[in-house]
Ligand binder design. Structure first.
Ligand SMILES: [Zn+2]
Length: 183
């Protein structure tokens, strides 16, 4: 999804408001992230956040019960603790669930729906359980590849798997904490 900033000359309309981005501040007013406008509105309606700045031109989002002006900046009512991660990638151990989530269940070889994870360099050849050696894989590709490297069976990776970024991990952490606090 591409986000549009409020400063953009494009007017907010019923068709594009969902693609605008909203700045999220922690309860301590520290900037955390930018999120899609529809998520921001959900946080406001659910009481997890308050709008502290609306768009310059008033634009109302209507749900069945309430009307909320499209915000530009929101502040979480509850402090969310985000640990400092020193650099770049996630150094944690790769898990099956983690790899599927990182690759959004898309097969690394055919982009089809993936339920399994492939060791790019096979385990039988010493391939490690690391983020860059694991990729989401559909059953058909996994069966075709078996105990081979992609080159040996003429398969090509559609992207180079890497550890999830700090940003992706941070976003998930924010949503998990908010979900826990407002269940
Ligand atoms: Zn596949």
């Amino acid at each position: 999804m591409t986000f549009r900033h409020a400063a953009d000359p494009v007017a907010v309309t019923a068709d594009n408001w969902i693609h605008t981005s909203v700045l999220v501040l922690n309860a301590s007013y520290e900037a955390l992230d930018e999120i899609a406008a529809d998520r921001a509105v959900v946080l406001i309606i659910g009481g997890a956040a308050e709008a502290i700045a609306d768009r310059e031109s008033y634009f109302a989002i209507r749900s069945t019960r309430v009307e909320v002006p499209l915000p530009q900046t929101i502040r979480l009512r509850r402090y969310v603790y985000i640990e400092h991660v020193p650099h770049g990638g996630d150094q944690s151990r790769a898990t099956l669930a983690g790899v599927l989530r990182r690759d959004r269940h898309r097969c690394g070889y055919c982009a089809g729906w993936a339920r399994t994870v492939d060791h790019i360099r096979p385990r039988s050849r010493g391939g490690p359980n690391t983020w860059d050696n694991l990729v989401a894989c559909c059953v058909a590709c996994n069966t075709a590849k078996a105990d081979h490297t992609p080159e040996e069976v003429g398969m090509r990776l559609l992207w180079q798997p890497k550890a999830p970024t700090h940003r992706a991990k941070q976003q998930r952490k924010i949503w998990r904490q908010l979900a826990a606090g407002h269940a």
